[in-house]
Ligand binder design. Structure first.
Ligand SMILES: [Zn+2]
Length: 309
């Protein structure tokens, strides 16, 4: 019953980003990493927002998440892959800290990280002197954060309970594409941010150089875990709709290499895949350096604006 209901809701909805009701079939994409099932992508003809169709409901999407790999992976420091993985993680923590302080314009403040996973980013920000709150839906990830990093992460439902005007910065690193209730989240963010607050959202970009190269093999489609697939235009519309003013777009260069590697793996390219992925990453890097809208993933920085602004 639930599947039928979700299919019906999906076919009649307006575009959550721009409000149009003009969906066209875009692609059929396979879930390469967990289920092997195929999903359709539908695209809004106006703002190029794509959505996964059908979208598994919150109650049924759990079976598409296989978090075991990720967690065991991050626990060991042995082997070259894990060393590279840890080096990349530390590099990204520093970069995120830099992006946050530059976006906010001050080196300290109060931060809410939504979708905090095992807590490395909020932990890093706390050590850097920020006042930090974090939310995460996965109970296991919250436990790991508590045991390993001694940081408290609250269930995602606590978002409802946070009071108005209390955060300087809200961050979502590759999270919004997983969220069913975009409207509820964005309305809430606007409420709990201080008047001068900054919203920072990083998401994959399906108009990027690597997305165009890999098409249905592009690893950042990651259906059905990614319910939404953003274009820069769609993100601008979405932010505008909830009274946020987009101020900056920043390309995430490392993602181009990682996503290209994974896409080659899905294509079954073997050894030449590593070389192809390197060139794909470099091509995306150079293109995105000139035009951010070509980047594999984009960080959108937005300020809270008042209605009609
Ligand atoms: Zn649209």
């Amino acid at each position: 019953m639930e599947t039928i209901k979700s299919t019906l809701e999906n076919s009649t909805m307006v575009c959550p980003a721009c409000g149009a009701k003009n969906w066209v079939p875009a692609d059929e994409v396979k879930d390469f990493s967990v289920s092997g099932e195929s999903f359709e992508l539908k695209m809004c003809n106006l703002c190029h927002f794509k959505r996964t169709f059908p979208q598994p409901l919150p109650a049924e999407i759990g079976r598409y998440y296989a978090s075991e790999d990720y967690i065991s992976h991050s626990d060991t420091k042995n082997g070259l892959i894990n060393k590279l993985y840890h080096a990349a993680r530390i590099y990204m923590l520093k970069k995120k800290h830099q992006w946050v302080t530059e976006a906010f314009g001050k080196s300290k403040g109060s931060l809410l990280d939504v979708g905090a996973g095992t807590g490395h980013f909020p932990h890093y920000m706390k050590l850097s002197g920020w006042q930090v709150a974090a939310l995460e839906p996965d109970e296991k990830a919250r436990q790991i954060a508590a045991e390993k990093l001694h940081i408290t992460i609250d269930p995602i439902e606590h978002l409802e309970e946070l009071s108005a005007d209390q955060f300087d910065v809200i961050t979502l690193w590759h999270v919004l594409e997983h969220v069913h209730d975009l409207k509820g989240y964005l309305e809430r963010f606007n409420r709990i941010l201080k008047p001068e607050g900054v919203l920072i959202i990083a998401v994959p970009n399906h108009t990027s150089v690597d997305a165009k190269r890999y098409k249905t093999y592009w690893a950042a489609y990651d259906v059905p875990r990614h319910l939404w697939h953003f274009s820069p235009r769609a993100m601008e519309c979405l932010l505008d709709q909830y009274q946020f003013k987009l101020t900056t777009k920043i390309p995430m260069h490392l993602d181009a290499f990682y996503v290209s590697m994974l896409s080659e793996k899905y294509k079954g390219s073997g050894f030449t895949g590593t070389i192809n992925a390197f060139f794909s990453g470099m091509k995306t890097y150079f293109s995105a350096s000139k035009n951010v809208d070509q980047g594999s993933s984009i960080i959108y920085v937005a300020k809270k604006g008042s209605a009609g602004e």
